[in-house]
Design a protein around this ligand. Structure first.
Ligand code: SAH
Length: 345
């Protein structure tokens, strides 16, 4: 795993060809997810003409695109010309537990793809793409497209649901009574933690139009008696007096200056004994060819392009905590994401 290229028997030109054509596959994956083809295949194999008819497509062209995905084991084509989902393709179905559809729509969707098209501009200027487009903040830009914003929340929540189980298991929530999830999105993290720890109460804090969706999730999980929502901007305020302030995949969206403003608002809102719990992955001290390094660098450059934020190393978190008036006390790892704990200095 540590030396994928050397271990593979492929000629270097083939390796480069595969990387250079990666966008062919991601565009095809996006299209198939968008057209809902995985849902049409949920009950089993279907002929191309039916798939084309139900998705309003040109059958011979659709077949060629589906075959691209056959070549990378997302779909399979049977002798009789029907197409079916592989065990990987199954996860593109909508609405199933663990569905990856919204994540594919987000990561290989038009907004992120077009932003990566500006990579040269980003590297020359050091600015994220939303600045070129005249927006003050990436989330202000996203709010202009309600479908994209709803899909973003869904994609975050799908991952966060799994992360919540891991965080609830590795971090000791027993000494805490109240927790605020700052920039908590759909509430998936707090919901997962409250379900695992029945003594806890919590508040999901996010932009007003986002917490509306969190409220629905809280009610659906029968947690309305222990969990509420608050709408506002974390640059201005945070709900007061909780024992801990969770920030999952929020701080990586922002540069150090903005991240400090958010952390200071949390510090202002918390009691003396309050804890800061940033839930994110820590950027490795050395990049190698592991999946961890690939994930960290991919996420980091995606933040560079799209939000102006970054993935931070332990040393960078330590410095950020100190600048915001916290001491980084420990990093509690889980198989999915780490909890980076801080206390007030
Ligand atoms: N913590 C969630 C969502 C992370 S995405 C999770 O991990 O699943 C970042 C979140 O920050 C989004 O939900 C977004 O709405 C929120 N956010 C962005 N700007 C904000 C602001 N100014 N005030 C409050 N929340 C904001």
């Amino acid at each position: 795993m540590n030396d994928t290229h050397a271990e593979s028997a492929l000629p270097p030109q083939t390796v480069l060809y595969q990387i250079a054509t990666g966008h062919y596959f991601s565009r095809a994956l996006f299209l198939v997810a968008k057209l809902g083809i995985p849902d049409l295949l949920a009950e089993g194999p279907r002929p191309i003409d039916e798939l084309a008819q139900e998705t309003g497509s040109h059958a011979p062209s659709l077949r060629r695109v589906l075959r691209l995905l056959v070549s990378i084991e997302i779909l399979e084509e049977h002798e009789d010309g029907t197409f079916a989902l592989t065990s990987t393709g199954e996860w593109l179905r909508a609405g199933i537990p663990g569905s990856f559809r919204s994540t594919v729509l987000l990561l290989s969707g038009t907004s992120i793809q077009e932003a990566w098209g500006e990579l040269e501009w980003v590297v020359r200027t050091g600015d994220p793409v939303f600045r070129k487009r005249g927006f003050s903040d990436p989330f202000v830009q996203m709010a202009q497209d309600p479908d994209a914003a709803a899909n973003f929340d869904e994609a975050m929540a799908a991952f966060t649901k799994i992360a919540a189980v891991a965080v609830a298991a590795v971090y000791d929530f027993a000494p805490l009574r109240t927790v605020v999830d700052v920039g908590g999105g759909n509430g998936a993290l707090l919901i997962g933690i409250l379900r695992a720890h029945p003594h806890l109460r919590g508040i999901v804090f996010d932009q007003p139009h986002v917490v509306e969706r969190a409220q629905t999730q809280i009610a659906a999980n029968q947690l309305a008696d222990r969990c509420s929502v608050a709408g506002g901007s974390f640059f201005d305020t945070a709900p007061e007096g909780a024992d801990a302030y969770l920030l999952k995949h929020v701080i990586h969206d922002w540069n150090d200056e903005d991240a400090l403003r958010i952390l200071k608002r949390c510090r202002d809102a918390m009691p003396e004994h309050g804890k800061l719990l940033i839930v994110e992955n820590v950027y490795p001290s050395r990049i190698d060819r592991s999946l961890e390094s690939r994930g960290a660098t991919a996420n980091d450059v995606n933040m560079l392009v799209n939000t102006g934020g970054r993935q931070r190393s332990e040393a960078e978190f330590t410095a950020l905590y100190a600048a915001a008036g916290f001491t980084l006390t420990r990093i509690v790892p889980s198989p999915i994401v780490s909890v980076i704990e801080g206390v007030r200095r």
